[in-house]
Design a protein around this ligand. Structure first.
Ligand SMILES: [Fe+2]
Length: 271
């Protein structure tokens, strides 16, 4: 999702052969991130993410091309992953989702941003997002958000973006484990792609974990530069379908009447 832009990273362009040519250092960064993250996601992420990861079957030692992932997704549910040349605005982001095109920033982070990168990079887009794009309710929810956003005026976009942020990017979800114990586990792409925040979201006592409440969520500001002080917990993947059937235009209007909550109550935890 559009978050932030700086001069630090430049988009990698698609060549005349239709491929993005990464350097060996860039492939090595993917391999290090994959190595760091694979056991963590297997331990902490919701099981539907892990099943999606097995389906997508990502390479461990090189950055995959978006076209490779698209082939698998298209066959499954018609989605594709499209490299985007630079940071894109909300309008283009939502329009692409409406058309089942997932926009993927093409650069990869450097070592200084190993644990978390404010600008979404290719590891976040592919490793973080695409496993759950195989899930019917996540795919449908993403498209509904896209359709809504592409039909909204620009001043409403940040309000809708908070719904995407607190679910698809940084959501938690209830899950019953194999021993029939109930647990709250990470499902968001920003968690799946962050070696430090995944463990923090999963087990730290510091962040607040709130049950999903649409107006509370829409009026909660978020930070892109720190570990999240607040996570919202979905009851199940079915709840994504319930949310997508709501009158979200009306919810946003109501949230605007309530107004944004004071951001100063958000705890500042350095990444
Ligand atoms: Fe993202």
């Amino acid at each position: 999702m559009p978050r932030y832009t700086s001069d630090q990273y430049k988009a990698k362009q698609v060549g005349a052969d239709g491929l993005i040519h990464y350097t060996s250092d860039e492939h090595d960064m993917w391999a290090e991130l994959y190595q760091a993250q694979i056991s963590l996601v297997n331990r902490h992420m919701v099981k539907e993410y892990i099943e999606g990861l097995a389906h997508i079957d990502l390479p461990s030692h090189r950055i995959p091309q978006c076209s490779e992932i698209s082939k698998k997704l298209k066959k499954l549910n018609g989605w594709q992953v499209e490299p985007v040349p630079a940071l894109i605005g909300y309008k283009r982001f939502f329009t692409m989702l409406a058309n089942k095109h997932f926009p993927a920033a093409s650069f990869i982070r450097n070592k200084d941003d190993f644990a978390y990168v404010k600008e979404p990079d290719i590891f976040h887009e592919i490793f973080g997002h695409t496993p759950l794009l195989t899930h019917p309710q996540v795919a449908q929810f993403s498209q509904v958000i896209g359709k809504l956003g592409s039909n909204m005026s620009a001043e409403n976009h940040p309000w809708l973006a908070r719904l995407y942020w607190f679910t698809i990017e940084f959501g938690l979800i209830k899950q019953t484990d194999t021993h029939n114990n109930n647990a709250v586990v990470p499902m968001g792409s920003g968690l799946a792609s962050s070696p430090t925040e995944l463990v923090y979201a999963s087990s730290s006592a510091i962040p607040r974990r709130k049950l999903f409440d649409v107006i509370d969520l829409l009026t909660t500001p978020y930070r892109i530069d720190i570990k999240q002080p607040i996570y919202y917990v979905l009851e199940s993947f079915d709840q994504l379908t319930d949310i997508s059937q709501r009158d979200l235009f009306d919810d946003i209007k109501q949230a605007q009447c309530v107004g944004l909550q004071d951001p100063h109550h958000l705890l500042a935890q350095a990444c």
